[in-house]
Design a protein around this ligand. Sequence first.
Ligand code: UD1
Length: 368
Amino acid sequence: MKVVTIVGARPQFIKAAFVSREFLIRNTNEVIIHTGQHYDHNMSGAFFEELSIPAPKYNLSIGSGTHANQTGSMMIEIEKVLLIEKPSVVIVYGDTNSTLAGALSAAKLNIPVVHVEAGLRSYNMSMPEEVNRVLVDHISSLLLTITPSSTLNLRREGITENVTYTGDLMYDVFSEKNRDAELQTVSAHLDRLLSSIGLDTSVEFILLTLHRQEITGDVKSFLRVLNILNKLEMPCLFPIHPRTKKLYSDDLTSFNNLYFIDPLPYSEMLQMTRQCKLVITDSGGLLREAFFLGKPAIIVRSETEFPEMLDNGDYFLVYNNFEKITEIISKISFLNQSYRTDFFGDGYAHKRIVDSIVEFVSNLEKEN
Ligand code: UD1
């Protein structure tokens, strides 16, 4: 059995890490293709190093572009590799353009697609990620879900065969990395970082990330939300996505309560989340990490793929009505909570994912 794994964007490196490790332990032949969607060291290479992900056999270096340009260029190159490698299955993660390009290229060559993180839905088709995940789910042969509600979403769309709930790989990585000893080494570095930007190391702060096109693509909304956050009592630490930084470089200097820093490596981001009082984000990954850590969060979106969280604790959706942020913050108790996280699995999703893929391929081989 040979598997081809296709990754390209920051969250996919985190997700693929433990699955690749499990393939190595089981001596499975895994070929990794990196599309090059993310290429800055702190968006890509840093994660390969920290999470010990094997070097990709192919780096397609596609880089940035419009959606069609980026996705199309990836497909042309992925097809060439798949024709050489002839894998038993192609594994794709999540909902990025790399996911769509990988799944489409494989499906057109009649290579079965395994979609990890299948069935998540926002039901908002104006999000590029929603378009990607719906399409990928409908051309996948094995669908691995991270929450029980994703399995139900698939059922509603008539997808019931070869669907397995595995739990969330982000919870696996979190469970292993969220140890005092592991994070102590990064604490000193973070203290230096806080001091270097003029913040006291014991300061109470908000951890802020906003990167989605819906908000950063609309100048008025983006600057409006930043203006509101700039007036909060607590400072906001904002590890800023390179795109947002490029777009707004001239405006960012005018916010004295917002501290812009470069994107952080995995463990440093986790430690920052542990240290902060509150998370404000439009990222599904950071949102989950906040939840695992029992931190309250304000989700700057009109909907979330994780409705379970909204029933659990201090999780609030805010979209357009950004003024509500101040009111919400005044109501949060800021006591560290211990939320029910079991719907994200038990920290062993990677083992279940590899089991499911091995079983799926062995069934295929028996049929042929
Ligand atoms: C992509 C995913 C999004 C995911 C996010 C994680 C799609 C449609 N979106 O969004 O779902 O949550 O990754 O971060 O696939 N850039 C750099 N350096 C890099 C990468 C990007 O400077 O290493 C800049 C470029 O200006 C580029 C822009 O960021 O045009 C956007 O990058 P892109 O890969 O298109 O989408 P993301 O916003 O990162």
